[in-house]
Ligand binder design. Structure first.
Ligand code: G
Ligand code: G
Ligand code: MN
Ligand code: NA
Length: 253
């Protein structure tokens, strides 16, 4: 069987699962969001990370049904958690180029929100700079359409995309996610300067900031001191299976 047909079968056999990585408010210490990260639970092999199949899924177009499953599952799960009363937090999903280019994206997202009953403000859609920069005018239309549904929009891996900063004032973006490459060496002066500049620029433009890949107390302290809003990373938690993240949410409540 080719990898492509195995991927196709995986959808039918419901072999994909979501893990959830907490995003923590630096002022309150509360979990305010969870990023949904897809995994392929392959029989006999175990959990396969998205790095091993998202590329092929993109090329073959299978990312459309896989991505649809991710959005639907993430929204339904978040709504279930809200209903269980274990907290009010956002669910963030990663959108790929193909999904962004799909003609019925707005209709699909709107339908999922209606069907799951999730309050739109709790869905965050993560986009990358390269994704939105491919066709700026078209992107603005799509992003405005998504904002009209009431969802939150973030730029993932911010700072790695070689793109002009001028797009930030034209796009209705709510959140910048500082790429983990800047966080890793945050105690060195160059990256410290970049991170401070991103935070201050984001706040001036009315956006929130999430730092990714936070692994140490020192990084956390620097980010808090410099008014970063939220952190995500191994220091607090890696991406966890549903049961484990539920346990964490109940404990933190
Ligand atoms: O969780 P992990 O570090 O293995 O994720 C690796 C990459 O896979 C990350 O860049 C992440 O954005 C991406 N990824 C995780 N889940 C999804 C998903 O549901 N859709 C898309 N398009 N990418 C995802
Ligand atoms: O591209 P995106 O930002 O969606 O990818 C998130 C990826 O980063 C996931 O694969 C996740 O496993 C990984 N990740 C999350 N937290 C940390 C961390 O603290 N350190 C490192 N090295 N990777 C992380
Ligand atoms: Mn992401
Ligand atoms: Na990222």
């Amino acid at each position: 069987l080719t990898m492509q047909s195995r991927l196709r079968l995986a959808l039918e056999r419901e072999e994909f699962v979501l893990h959830y990585q907490p995003q923590v408010d630096l002022r309150t210490g509360h979990i305010v969001g969870l990023e949904a990260l897809v995994r392929w639970n392959q029989p006999d092999i175990g959990m396969v990370s998205p790095g091993h199949f998202i590329g092929l899924a993109e090329e073959t177009g299978l990312i459309i049904p896989i991505g649809a499953w991710v959005i639907r599952t993430a929204c339904a799960q978040c709504k279930a958690w809200h209903d269980q009363g274990i907290g009010k937090f956002r669910i963030a999903v990663n959108l790929s180029v193909r999904q962004f280019g799909q003609a019925d994206l707005l209709h699909f997202v709107s339908e999922v929100l209606t069907q799951t009953g999730l309050d739109p403000q709790y869905l965050e859609i993560e986009l990358t700079e390269s994704l939105v920069m491919t066709d700026v005018e078209r992107s603005i239309d799509i992003l405005r359409g998504l904002k009209a549904l009431g969802v939150q929009l973030s730029i993932d891996d911010f700072g790695t995309g070689y793109s002009s900063l001028s797009y930030l004032k034209r796009f209705p973006i709510d959140v910048l996610k500082i790429d983990q490459s800047f966080v890793r060496d945050i105690e060195k002066s160059d990256d410290a300067a970049i991170v401070k500049a991103i935070i201050s620029m984001a706040h001036s433009l009315g956006m929130h900031v999430i730092a990714e890949g936070v692994e140490t107390e020192a990084q956390c302290k620097f980010l808090r001191h410099n008014q970063c809003d939220e952190i995500q990373g191994f220091l607090f938690s890696r991406g966890l299976p549903k049961e484990e993240v539920e346990h964490l949410l109940r404990k933190k409540k």
